[in-house]
Design a protein around this ligand. Structure first.
Ligand SMILES: [Zn+2]
Ligand SMILES: [Zn+2]
Length: 117
């Protein structure tokens, strides 16, 4: 029984050596029984993305403010700003967008603007 064990051990070492020797040349591994996933037939589905492509940017290039906060494009936003007390009557703009009243606003908006706009 001892002999058989030794033989097996030798065989294992030899195999190991062979494996490591053949693997030292490159990244190629000895042919292993890799399980190729069965080619799944793609269900015939319309090529429509699940999610709508995101808007390029929430930015109103025309008025230099976030589109979602552009009162000049969307007058519905005006009451919201007025309610918040963020409104410049003189210029008909949210105070937070009124560069005429506060030049610093221009800098802030510039920082918000997406690149290339
Ligand atoms: Zn606008
Ligand atoms: Zn103003």
């Amino acid at each position: 029984m001892r002999r058989a064990n030794e033989r097996r051990a030798f065989l294992a070492v030899a195999l190991l050596y062979a494996a490591s020797a053949s693997g030292c040349g490159g990244e190629e591994k000895p042919a292993a029984p890799t399980q190729a996933p069965p080619a799944k037939p793609e269900p015939a589905s319309p090529k429509v993305p699940l999610v709508a492509p995101p808007k390029a940017a929430d930015w109103c290039g025309e008025h230099g403010v976030p589109e979602s906060a552009c009162t000049r494009c969307n007058a519905d936003l005006v009451p919201e700003f007025k309610k918040k007390g963020d409104w410049c009557d003189k210029h008909g703009l949210p105070e937070s967008q009124c560069v005429t009243c506060d030049p610093a606003v221009a800098e802030k908006l510039k920082a918000l603007a997406p690149a290339g706009k």
